[in-house]
Design a protein around this ligand. Sequence first.
Ligand code: FES
Length: 103
Amino acid sequence: MNMRLKTLKRHLFFCCSTHCNNQDAEGVMEAFKEELVKHGLHKEVKLNKTSCLGLCGNGVFVLVYPEGVWYYALTPEDVPQIVQEHFIDGDIVEEKVMMKLQA
Ligand code: FES
């Protein structure tokens, strides 16, 4: 197994299909990368691009595992709050959640 995978705590999926990418999905993904490095979390969180997640038209989406949280309508300015409150403090940022997967 890849040693880096053993340190993972979260996996983020960014829809980068045409519609979402027109809303700066790449910019939000870059903001996550920068914020994770800033807090020393970059080895614990894996980021991947996906194709359409089927919820087009609601801004930039990020699907966060293992919680199964779908953040929506994100801008790069939202990212520091999500990293601090969700990833560091353990509190999901409810006002930016569109839905959560059922456990
Ligand atoms: S294009 Fe992003 S959810 Fe459909």
